[in-house]
Write a protein that binds this ligand. Sequence first.
Ligand SMILES: [Zn+2]
Length: 406
Amino acid sequence: MEIEDHYALLLGISSPWEISSVNLNMPGNRVDIEIDYADGSGICPECGTVCPKHDDRERRTWRHLDTMQFSTYLHAQLPRVKCKKHGVKTASAPWATKNSRFTLLFESFAIQVIQASRSIEEARKLLRLNWHQVEAIKRRAVERGLARRDSTAIEYLGIDEKQFRSGHQYITNLVDLKQGRVLDVVEERKEEACNTLFLQALTPDQREQVTAVALDMWKAYANAVEGLLPQAVIVHDRFHISQHLNQAVDQVRRAENKQLASEGDNRLKGTKHFWLYNAENVKASHHDQFDRLKGSNLKVARAWALKEHFRPFWDYRSKGWAKRYFERWYSWAIRCRLEPVKKVARMLKTHIEGLLNYFDHRISNAAAEGLNSKIQTVKSNARGYRSFEGFRTSILFYCGKLKMQP
Ligand SMILES: [Zn+2]
């Protein structure tokens, strides 16, 4: 078997394409394969009709998977055909997709390498590509994946804001909670942004079919859900609620620590994390100290007790009992004389319906916890992204569960 035939088999190249030469460059560690088009007619890429050949495009190069340790490149002039209906069009090459400088095999291999690598830098080195080439492969992969998404009903959604870069730039993230995948992200966290997200990520049928959405007590998101997802029930997310309570405890601690320190009392110094963990997660070596503080008449101890006593709320099986439990907790909280805690208590009361919906649907953004840490990794690897678009591509590439192979 001639080496040309060998490569033709390897590349799946058949008539009217043929390999005219294979040049092995030993010192350069590369193989260059020339491919010719041997036919007077070709297929219109728009309609599939066989048309007469018009001329040839300039010679182009595609990178293929390495042969042993040799970088392997294909070179060809793509023919242009003259279609009666579509005019002069460039015929497509069977080994590559339009506008790609890589063969299909190389591109699908690269997608797997990029997904498996811990960083773009690592993937880039393994594949011997530059940063822009990796980004282009990811972008095409995500485009293919999004185009292949079907319109199967999605029962439960989660909407969440995330900080994008430092400072106050936010993105809004839409998650399919059951499948643990990101559907899409948009810039900002306003109502319009959330509307855009629903319109962009869901088909009209899917918008009709959403059963419930987990979200923070955030008016902009709730408005968007009410406006665009007519069947969806709002479930206020327990993960965010515990964050609000934690923040209230922390505010109480900071104010009290300042007050005490000014009187020379340093009991609260360095205790920030005790109050934020769930009780069972405080380190054993700190138990004694924490027990003493908890049992004291400090304000932060009272705030902390209120936070801890909110937790059993989520364990109720019946909505009615949960509601009664809440009422009792609320009447305690509202009389606690700690403004940050009272503020959260009032907010919870205003949103009680959404809290109680949890007992019908039991969804939360924390359910997508594995996903959240994955997004976090993408974010921390995203220092190089100047644009939001690059960041969005990465989130969808790693967290979208898309079918991205060419
Ligand atoms: Zn045509």
